[in-house]
Write a protein that binds this ligand. Structure first.
Ligand code: UDX
Length: 429
């Protein structure tokens, strides 16, 4: 089959490389010339383990190409997948202008019988708006579907190749058949639902996980008041099969390109349909306030931030990515700088992103952990990159009082204390 992917962001590039690896002819389209040129040269504009290798392999095999030309990309295509960004406004309204612009641009190039798939995260009902645009601008007969993406950054290639499920949202059996066939190399359950359920399912999945994280963060905060250890509490509740102990690292709150945006959008959508008193408003609010609250509390324990030298380890929003969208570092660094601290930062892959995301903040970036922690009064281990967790902090301990803030409860408190630091975790002693 010939497949077109519109939008070469994170989801677009990963999907293009993976569908090409199934033996299809895949064309990735983007309106950004520079991006397309880089992708043609086998360069992925972000760090994602295994992606560049897969991309190069598929380009070499002739299965995958990139273009800026709608006619070339969409013409003759059996499936056109739209994977453009849908950034939200401050209040949480999904901005669908890129989606609508792409729909308008592709419409006149569609071949008879094509399936147009929306992969971007969109509010329920969006497929009707896409349909209205196509009805006005397309001459070919087409079908529509909604196929949301559940991949995580940092493990996107393996998530796409080994998903927990594939969700297909469509309204007719022929479309289901073609999309089932497209995803048949994946040994995953296929969930066939309406487009609206697929769209709600995507929001619900992310909002549930974000709520779960917010819940355990709240429990951690309560533990601070009574001497309980949140990690022990997780082991108590985690053995309940209805709950499970997975995906529960308390810390500085969730970040990244999906959870903050999707929770905010679901809150907005809830308000839009009259559900003003909704859970998602609160989850969003608690997560937004979290870093401020925690840093204020740590400030009391360390005798104030003013004049302290602080090493922030882990600047990306999670390990194995250089993505800093809604990364805790983007709030932590300006906050402590504003309180009068001097900040040194380290990240294994996100130093370039940090130059951009933290350009307005006073931070000295370092290539090694040793250099970042040298002279530090406070070490904040913000993100659990394996090199940050495995580092021997005893080797850099200095002859002065030093605090170690374990922002994701990834370290053994005893080991850190033995190394000479005063250990401060989240919801634990
Ligand atoms: C997420 C979803 O997992 C994925 O299915 C969806 O399609 C896109 O959004 P991603 O943002 O890449 O993926 O990362 P994920 O690993 O799920 O983490 C999201 C955020 O939650 C990160 O900031 C992470 O640090 C935080 N998190 C995760 C916690 O704070 N505690 C946890 O226990 C797990």
């Amino acid at each position: 089959m010939k497949i077109t992917i519109i939008g070469t962001g994170f989801v677009g590039v990963v999907s293009a490389a993976v569908y090409a690896s199934f033996g299809h002819t895949v064309v990735g389209l983007d309106i950004d010339e520079k991006k397309v040129q880089a992708l043609r040269n086998g360069k992925v504009p972000f760090y994602e383990p295994g992606l560049e290798e897969l991309l190069l392999e598929q380009q070499k095999d002739g299965n995958l190409s990139f273009t800026t030309d709608y006619g070339e990309a969409v013409g003759g295509s059996d499936i056109v997948i739209i994977a453009v960004g849908t950034p939200s406004t401050d209040e949480g309204k999904a901005n669908l202008s890129y989606l609508y612009a792409a729909t308008e641009s592709l419409a006149s190039h569609l071949k008879e019988g094509v399936i147009v798939v929306v992969k971007s995260t969109v509010p329920p009902g969006t497929l009707d708006a896409v349909d209205d645009i196509l009805k006005t601008h397309a001459t070919a007969r087409y079908d529509l579907a909604s196929v949301p993406e559940f991949l995580r950054e940092g493990s996107a290639v393996s998530d796409t190749l080994n998903p927990d499920r594939v969700v297909l949202g469509a309204t007719n059996e022929k479309v289901f058949e073609v999309l089932e066939d497209l995803h048949s190399p994946l040994k995953a359950p296929i969930v066939k639902v309406t487009p609206e359920s697929a769209q709600m399912g995507k929001y619900a999945a992310n909002a549930y996980l974000a709520t779960r994280i917010t819940f355990i963060n709240q429990i951690a905060d309560l533990c601070e008041h009574n001497g309980a250890d949140v990690q022990e509490v997780i082991s108590v509740i985690g053995l309940d099969k209805r709950v499970g102990g997975h995906y529960w690292y308390p810390g500085f709150g969730y970040g990244g390109s999906c959870f903050p945006k999707d929770v905010k959008e679901l809150a907005y959508y809830s308000r839009l349909v009259g559900e003003d008193q909704n859970l998602f408003n609160k989850v969003n609010e608690l997560n937004n306030q979290r870093i401020n609250r925690l840093l204020t509390a740590y400030g009391k324990k360390i005798g104030g931030w003013e004049g302290k030298q602080v090493a922030v380890l882990g600047l990306s929003f999670k390990p194995n990515t250089d993505d800093m969208r809604e990364a805790p570092s983007t709030k932590v660094v300006p906050w402590v700088v504003e309180k009068g601290a001097e900040v040194h930062g380290f990240d294994p892959k996100a130093l370039k992103s940090a130059e951009y995301f933290l350009q307005d903040t006073q931070i000295e970036l370092h290539e090694t952990i040793e250099a970042a922690v040298a002279g530090a009064d406070v070490v904040i281990a913000l993100i659990e990159w394996s090199e940050i967790v495995a580092f021997d902090y005893a080797s850099t301990k200095e002859d002065k009082k030093q605090y170690f803030i374990d922002a994701r409860n990834q370290f053994n408190p005893e080991k850190i204390s033995k190394a000479g630091y005063e250990y401060l975790g989240v919801g634990r002693k």
